[in-house]
Design a protein around this ligand. Structure first.
Ligand code: SF4
Ligand code: SF4
Length: 242
């Protein structure tokens, strides 16, 4: 669907990629083959959000011919970054068809994606964590639980990213981190590299959007950040079932 193909590209870098292809027969894969015919299949992984009418018809067709349908990546699962645009919007796939599960992330972390593929190959259930990023964050010892520090930035400046791998929790440094509301499962890769969590794995509870509202109301946010709607729309555009 509408995507940057980043999620599907991740597939090729997975350790289990050769094994996965050995054990599956690809029915339809427009990213690598020109084959246009959709065939009955066991599993469909759909990447990208819905931003055009024709895509609704296509996913409805996929739902009919696939035994299981999964949303691959945060665009497919939550609408994704297209919703930062003032002119365009992207809906999650689940707005239009029933999905059997999501593989979140922008793109999905390789360990999570790999474990998911192993589970479907072995016909096992795959469960996402119900804990948040802070639970496994290496910076959690220094979290400012009273949220007194003024939050003035969405990201640290370049000098801070390169230095000392941010020894303190981002919230204690005045940088917005959505880790308290975001599902863990990426091994804190952004945080370890010096960037705060933006929420791409979604919420362990039902709605990331309402959790963000509650969370932001507790923070001491700068006026500039108070009016930045992108915090809400990156991975949590409110959705309505049609
Ligand atoms: S979730 Fe991220 S990586 Fe995947 S298609 Fe959307 S923007 Fe690209
Ligand atoms: S708020 Fe962010 S940096 Fe702080 S402990 Fe949680 S995930 Fe780590």
């Amino acid at each position: 669907m509408t995507s940057c193909s980043g999620c599907i590209s991740t597939l090729f870098s997975l350790d289990i990629f050769p094994q996965f292809f050995e054990k599956t027969k690809i029915a339809y894969f427009p990213f690598i083959a020109e084959e246009e015919k959709l065939e009955n299949c066991d599993i469909a992984l759909i990447e990208g959000c819905i931003s055009q009418e024709s895509q609704i018809r296509l996913i409805q067709k996929i739902r009919k011919i696939a035994k299981k349908v999964y949303s691959l990546g945060s665009c497919a699962a939550f609408g994704g970054i297209i919703n930062l645009s003032k002119k365009k919007r992207g809906d999650p796939i689940s707005n239009y068809i029933e999905v059997d599960g999501i593989i979140p992330g922008c793109p999905p972390p390789s360990n999570l994606f790999g474990n998911f593929l192993m589970a479907i190959l072995e016909n096992r259930m795959f469960k996402l964590s119900n804990k948040n990023q802070c639970y496994s964050c290496p910076l959690r010892e220094s979290i400012d639980y009273e949220f007194k520090t003024k939050i003035t930035k969405l990201v640290p400046n370049n000098k801070e990213i390169n230095s000392s791998q941010n020894q303190k929790c981002f919230l204690s440094q005045g940088v917005l981190c959505l880790g308290p509301l975001t599902r863990e499962g990426c091994e804190n890769k952004c945080i370890i590299k010096g960037m705060p969590c933006e929420g791409c794995l979604g919420s362990p509870s039902k709605s990331l959007f309402s959790n963000i509202c509650n969370f932001l109301s507790q923070l001491n946010l700068s006026n500039e950040l108070k009016t930045y709607e992108g915090i809400f729309y990156r991975y949590s555009k409110p959705t309505i079932k049609r």
